[in-house]
Design a protein around this ligand. Sequence first.
Ligand SMILES: CC(C)(COP(=O)(O)OP(=O)(O)OC[C@H]1O[C@@H](n2cnc3c(N)ncnc32)[C@H](O)[C@@H]1OP(=O)(O)O)[C@@H](O)C(=O)NCCC(=O)NCCS
Length: 203
Amino acid sequence: MLHRRWFPEHLEGETVVLRRHTRENLADFQRWYADPEVARLTRYQDGPMRPEEIERFFLMRAIGPDALAMGIHVKASNRLIGSCAFSQFDGDNGSALFHITIGEHDCWGKGYGGEATELMVDHAFSALNLHRVALTVFAFNERAIRAYARVGFVDEGRAREAIWRDGKWWDEIHMSILEPEWRARRWQERAAADGRASITRRA
Ligand SMILES: CC(C)(COP(=O)(O)OP(=O)(O)OC[C@H]1O[C@@H](n2cnc3c(N)ncnc32)[C@H](O)[C@@H]1OP(=O)(O)O)[C@@H](O)C(=O)NCCC(=O)NCCS
């Protein structure tokens, strides 16, 4: 199975751990994707998916043999709060499309999504040898855009007025991060950490 080779059992950050999905996660998927606010932020269609659509989506995209998906767990409690995944994996051109949904509202804006995105991007460039990770996001989803920008995704264009939502047209923004950009950020972070360490040593 592709994902067994591609993803370890878990990817661990400071506040979240990404773990492979298990069948038991379906009940949470059913709750998250039946939520009108999650649908508003993530779906091209108006309104949430039906239960049978959610189950099909889960079976194919979360635990299917070709799924490149991980559950997002809060590290301190192991609570499952969402899911993230790659799709449209293109080995010839070294690229993939990234998706993320934190389904639990009380976990929005706490840094979990940004950290999960960073773990997946790190994995894409350090272990999967990808060159490019891309994503799309609706222009009104400011929280998502800020989280992606913090990880290093840059705006690379937009599909103009591609989404009809809340009674008006919105652009769909295309963002991406390239491997050399990711490497430069890692280098800067390491240099900053080394600088802090040498200041502490001197003090
Ligand atoms: C998008 C998502 C993954 C982001 O994860 P998150 O944990 O909520 O985001 P983070 O806390 O890591 O970062 C959020 C950023 O937006 C800011 N923010 C938080 N709430 C905000 C709001 N209501 N409006 C604008 N910005 C907001 C935060 O300050 C932070 O920016 P900063 O790092 O510059 O301070 C998550 O909110 C989610 O899954 N939402 C529902 C589904 C969805 O929108 N999926 C994405 C589809 S493309």
